[in-house]
Design a protein around this ligand. Structure first.
Ligand code: DGJ
Length: 696
């Protein structure tokens, strides 16, 4: 018997029948519980239609055992499927880690599974296949995680989406059959199919049994949730094309890491575990100081860049309180639109005759950091790099080279390509005082001739080498917004550009997906222009700014295109963000509750202070929206509640007693969670901030 035992969960592996049977995965069992009795109590007898030795719910399901489910391992040799018979040969571990070894003596192959439970309640799962034979073996699948699901697992929330509308939740019962996602883009894609949540069918924010899981991999994935008459299972693996993972004798294949968390306490407890895991176990290092307010030039100037325009923008940004100026796409040689020049990573000589140094000096002189956009993995057919090295891109010899956004992907598995990219980026970082890179990736990888897996590893190696050479430079991961959001990338980066969708109505939905797993601090969230360039919506500055505070705040618009009132409103919200960012980024995040459709938001609870956002995107049927309820505050705690200004102008006129809100109402956690606050939230695009100061 092996048991992982954390603050929030217990996982029990019953080894008595010679297989690793996951007998329990759920809320923490009390110390001293008889685990054998727990396993025996849950064991089922044989049924009418199964092998005489029924296959148990193991962590390594294999075909050929009579198990009806998806196998965790699929191998080939000489183009023919291998019949595997991995048997458990060693099992060891304690409360925080277990390690299982399986051997197939006939094939001379072994698999090692290692699960580690961290202090935050997240299990990190690793699997590795070792080829001890004297013949090559092709891996078609090696599951990072094959998890027999507990019987309480009744509902699955997976994600779907597209550019500028990532991570939309799809919740459905786990019915008989197969649900899930696969990606074929060479990156996870905007849908976010490698993230999911499972619950007991009636779980809510602060109650119920829940589980979340993620495949930490920036290439393609396969994520399958299946149920049949024998039970339900989850499988997560890198999706491999035939031939892309062939192991020579003596070689090993490491599956990407998968993580999951399980327990009770509803979605808030699950979110807390995942957020803490990300903050303390995944992020490479804490950025120096709090998350700085950005201005990114993309929606402000696009490709219309020159030194004078950028210096003017830098001054306007600094006047708003911006702390980091990020020069986006358009600065390099010949890049006047998106049809050319990727690969030619030197400042455009016509627009920046003295290089970037004068701009960097201006930005630094204004007290801001300087950040730079790059898209190193790509090349434009119309570029000096491509003309010099037409064979450096991913392509099939003798076939057409289809582009996306007029660009091709470089083949990073070629050592000379990786070397060139390192040298180029290294030189850029050495030339100017660049503290930040926005690292973009704007096309799917095709054709890739069975090199997607190796390409992903090569990107990691490039990032790792660059980080080692420039430890002070923070990197932001972007892939047309959120097409490559995963924890393997985050282990090398400081944050994600989560979406090109800056329309707060859409961003509230997008972030609601991400925030189930990722903390506010790593989701870049900027105030966009008006009208919004993606959706065309007109949105008041007050609404845009309040919503953008809940993330890593920035500005993605030209202050010169705003009127003085909007600039003042934006500056006030930037100041508010600075005053609250430690609470927002280090606190715990709970979803607010409101019975009125269209109202959503978050409560970030820090040490003695908390800040909530309540945002309305619809128009109410009744004159008044239902009260906004703030669950999840410590039982018995008491708080002074105020509404930080500026207030949304039209809604503020409907407040019952503005002075009372200015002085502050003292309320207990119970009243806040169940009785709530009656705020004017009747019109679309209305948002309130709610500040809580703990009194007891
Ligand atoms: C896609 C990104 O998501 C945008 O923010 C911007 O950087 C453009 N690429 C630039 O080409």
């Amino acid at each position: 018997m092996l048991a992982l035992q954390g603050e929030r969960c217990t996982l029990v592996l019953d080894l008595r029948r010679g297989e690793p049977e996951l007998a329990y995965a759920g809320p923490r069992l009390p110390d001293g519980e008889d685990l054998a009795a727990v396993c025996d109590a849950a064991r089922r007898g044989p049924h009418e239609s199964q092998p005489d030795i029924p296959p148990p719910p193991t962590l390594l399901p294999q075909s050929g055992t009579g198990s009806a489910g998806q196998p965790a391992v699929l191998l080939q040799r000489d183009g023919r499927p291998l019949h595997t018979g991995f048997a458990l040969s060693a099992a060891e571990g304690g409360a925080e880690r277990w390690r299982l070894r399986f051997d197939d003596g006939a094939l001379a192959l072994s698999i090692i599974l290692e699960w580690t439970l961290d202090a935050h309640g997240v299990v990190t799962c690793r699997s590795r296949l070792q080829n001890g034979s004297d013949a090559a073996v092709t891996v078609l699948r090696l599951a990072s995680l094959a998890l027999p699901l507990p019987t309480w697992a009744q509902a699955l929330t997976r994600h779907a989406g597209r550019w500028a509308a990532e991570m939309q939740p799809l919740r459905a019962p786990i019915a008989h059959g197969l649900q899930g996602a696969m990606s074929f883009e060479g990156r996870p894609g905007h849908a976010g199919g490698h993230w999911l949540r499972i619950d007991d069918g009636s779980a809510a924010e602060t109650r119920g049994l829940t589980l979340s899981a993620h495949l930490a991999w920036s290439g393609d994935h396969e994520v399958l949730v299946e149920r049949d008459a024998d039970g339900a299972r989850l499988l997560m693996a890198a999706r491999l094309d035939a031939g892309e993972a062939t192991l020579a004798p003596g070689a090993a294949f490491e599956a990407p890491v998968a993580v999951f968390s399980v327990g009770d306490g509803g979605f808030a407890a699950l979110r807390r575990s995942m957020h803490r895991h990300v903050r303390f176990s995944v992020l490479p290092r804490k950025p120096a100081g709090p998350r700085r307010v950005h201005l990114n030039t993309w929606e402000a100037l696009g490709f219309k860049q020159d030194l004078a325009a950028l210096q003017r923008l830098a001054h306007d940004a600094a006047a708003l309180g911006v702390e980091r100026f990020v020069l986006d796409d358009g600065w390099f040689a010949g890049r006047v639109d998106d049809t050319r020049a990727l690969g030619d990573w030197r400042p455009d000589a016509a627009r920046f005759p003295q290089g970037l140094t004068p701009l960097v000096d201006t930005v630094r002189g204004l007290g801001m950091d300087f950040g730079l956009w790059v898209e190193p993995e790509m090349v434009s057919p119309d570029s000096d790099l491509y003309r010099a090295h037409p064979d450096w891109c991913l392509h099939e010899p003798g076939r057409a080279r289809p582009t996306q956004r007029h660009q091709l992907a470089l083949d990073l598995t070629r050592p000379e390509v990786a070397e060139h990219l390192f040298m180029t980026l290294d030189a850029l970082l050495r030339t100017d005082d660049i503290r930040y890179l926005k690292w973009d990736h704007n096309r799917a990888l095709f054709p890739r001739a069975a090199r997607g897996h190796a390409q992903t590893l090569a990107v990691y190696a490039l990032l790792d080498r660059l980080r080692a050479a420039h430890p002070g430079v923070e990197i932001e991961a972007c892939a047309s917004g959120g097409a490559r959001v995963d924890l393997a990338m985050l282990g090398r980066c400081a944050r994600f550009w989560a979406s090109d969708g800056n329309d707060p109505v859409e961003r509230l939905r997008i972030n609601a997906g991400y925030l189930q797993y990722l903390p506010l601090s790593i989701l870049g969230h900027h105030v966009g222009p008006d009208p919004n360039p993606v959706t065309g919506r007109r949105l008041e500055m007050d609404f845009r700014a309040k919503v953008a505070m809940f993330g890593h705040m920035g500005v993605e618009a030209d202050p010169a295109s705003m009127d003085a009132a909007d600039r003042a409103t934006l500056a006030r919200h930037i100041a508010l963000y600075k005053a609250w960012r430690t609470v927002l980024h280090d606190g715990e995040l709970v979803a607010i509750e409101c019975a009125t459709p269209g109202v959503s938001g978050w409560l970030a609870v820090g040490e003695g202070r908390a800040l909530a956002l309540a945002a309305q995107t619809g128009y109410t049927a009744d004159y008044d929206a239902a009260p906004v309820r703030l669950p999840g505050l410590p039982e018995g705690s008491r708080w002074r509640v105020t509404l930080p200004e500026p207030w949304p102008a039209r809604a503020a006129r409907r407040l019952a007693d503005p002075e009372r809100w200015r002085d502050g109402l003292v309320l207990g956690a119970h009243a806040l969670a169940h009785h709530g606050l009656a705020l004017p939230l009747r019109w679309p695009q209305t948002a309130w901030l709610i500040a809580l100061e703990r009194l007891a």
